[in-house]
Design a protein around this ligand. Structure first.
Ligand SMILES: [Zn+2]
Length: 505
């Protein structure tokens, strides 16, 4: 007798359908699982037999063969246990009702208790896409599973409860409600003393999706400003939340409540990060920080201290908005569309911008320090601004984050309309061709740009960056034309183009 049971596997952050075929034939006792399973899958036999016996059923005698199809895709994890156990119980005649409408996902312990698994949300999303709308999952995964709207989730604590659900099509213990939490609590810009220029630069960066670098001494407020950028960004849409949450799900980061991620991701990364930690990887590939920052912000703290090779690995994902991780000739893809925010000291001692000879570095040391930042990465950062120590009696900002956010949202709406029908929606993503198409500048602006570019020996790319930033400044002001003031302001946000540390010492 052959029984088919629906279940799901996980590849990267995507679920895929698995047909668990169970065949019970006469013969000497035998139990094997085939279909490209890893060790955890192979060991299922050792968990399932005692689990079935310990909930009071006799394990069927004979030859049991389990095939996890499609056999061409590698399968990992212990979450196929439940589907296999249900198939065996069905083969043995212990389950009378039909089970085709259900998907079964869960790991079994030896006493028949269902254990939670990682990545439940993407697997349930895949079930809904496959037309399977009833899913039996471990109790502890229930809230997370219920994030997928059109699926009915039946949480079960034990294998016995699973049998009850299949016979009665209901769960007497628990109904799962969709869970939607929204507890956004970022710091507010109104708490920041002084730093007008840096806050304005942050507003422009948020509005146009420009990558930004803050340069200043330790403790001058770089991190305080960077960490407040989410408070002026548009809130996540439900669609974006549904896209981000599976990334956290496969890492088991959603916790028991399985909440939908509603906060804009803000991931701080320090120089000791490994390449795998940053872009993802591992034997069973898992997403890295760049994917956890998807649709949000990746904050690289102390950029000049990062390992060059690690930073180098950011290039391709930043360009593509996704990262491909290879594994045994196969590729797993993770999304990585984030805004980059970074901070750095201006020199080794950190005091170079504080003036009055406070910096204790030699001109050579000062020159060396910032040149450690990878050029190709710096080339992808539109805005760089100095952040200086504020005086004790500096005034606090007079604008709350929510006022700034309104301007950011309005500027983003303008960009959305402008780029309708193209593959971008933010000024920061414009290519050279798009800059020429969407940013018309007057002759006066051009003259201003040329003289500034000559002065700073800027490359052509730097020149285009001024225009891009000018475009966002005009958008924030609600204007279609870019004027001289916009360009003049934009010139202030390219600090490193004309900064000569060896002279500043
Ligand atoms: Zn110094």
């Amino acid at each position: 007798m052959i029984v088919h049971v629906n279940t799901f596997g996980l590849s990267g952050i995507k679920g895929f359908f698995v047909d668990a075929e169970i065949n019970l034939a006469k013969g000497l006792p035998y139990f094997d699982i085939i279909g490209m399973g890893n060790i955890a899958v192979k060991e299922a036999a050792d968990r399932i037999k005692p689990a079935i016996e310990n909930i009071g059923y006799k394990f069927p005698l004979g030859r049991i063969t389990v095939n996890l199809a499609p056999a061409s895709i590698r399968k990992e994890g212990a979450h196929f246990d439940l589907a296999i156990a249900v198939g065996i119980l069905k083969c043995a005649g212990y389950i009378k009702s039909k089970i085709e409408k259900y998907a079964f996902i869960g790991e079994l312990s030896l006493d028949g208790v269902l254990r939670p698994v990682k990545g439940i949300m993407p697997m349930i999303q895949s079930a809904a896409q496959s037309g399977i709308y009833k899913c039996i999952v471990p109790l502890e995964n229930a809230d997370e599973a219920a994030l997928v709207n059109n699926c009915k989730i039946f949480p079960a604590a034990t294998l016995n409860e699973v049998l009850y659900i299949t016979e009665n099509s209901r769960n007497p213990w628990r109904i799962c409600e969709n869970n939607l939490h929204n507890n956004v609590s970022f710091g507010d810009f109104i708490d920041v003393k002084g730093q007008k220029e840096a806050i304005r630069a942050a507003e422009i960066a948020a509005a146009g999706g420009h990558n930004i670098l803050f340069i200043g001494a330790p403790g001058c407020g770089k991190t305080m400003i960077a960490s407040r950028i989410p408070s002026i960004m548009p809130k996540l849409s439900i669609e974006e939340s549904m896209e981000i949450t599976p990334i956290y799900s496969v890492l088991g980061m959603l916790g028991k409540e399985g909440m939908l991620i509603r906060n804009l991701p803000f991931r701080t990364v320090y120089p000791d990060v490994t390449k795998a930690g940053l872009i993802g990887g591992g034997n069973k590939p898992v997403p890295g920080e760049i994917s956890l920052a998807h649709k949000g912000i990746l904050f690289l703290d102390e950029l000049a201290e990062f390992d060059r090779n690690v930073i180098q690995s950011l290039r391709q994902p930043m360009e593509a908005g996704k990262v491909l991780i290879s594994r045994c000739g196969d590729f797993v893809e993770f999304p990585s569309d984030f805004m980059l925010v970074a901070s750095t000291n201006p020199c080794k001692c950190g005091k170079l911008l504080e003036g009055n000879g406070r910096c204790s570095c030699t001109p050579y040391q000062a020159k060396q320090y910032l040149s450690k930042i990878s050029k190709p990465l710096l080339d992808r950062i539109d805005i760089h601004v100095p952040v200086r120590q504020v005086c004790f009696n500096s005034e606090k900002s007079n604008e709350t984050s929510s006022i700034i956010r309104e301007r950011v949202i309005a500027a983003r709406e303008k960009q959305k309309k402008r780029f309708a029908g193209t593959d971008i929606h933010l000024n920061g993503k414009m290519t050279g061709k798009q800059i020429r198409e969407y940013c018309h500048i007057t002759t006066e602006c051009e003259l201003l740009l040329k003289s500034a570019a000559d002065l700073a020996e800027s490359s052509m790319r730097g020149y285009e960056k001024f225009i891009k930033i000018g475009r966002t400044i005009a958008d924030l002001d609600g204007r279609e034309n870019i004027n001289e003031e916009d360009i003049a302001e934009a010139l202030q946000y390219r600090f490193l183009d004309s900064f000569r540390p060896e002279v500043a010492v």
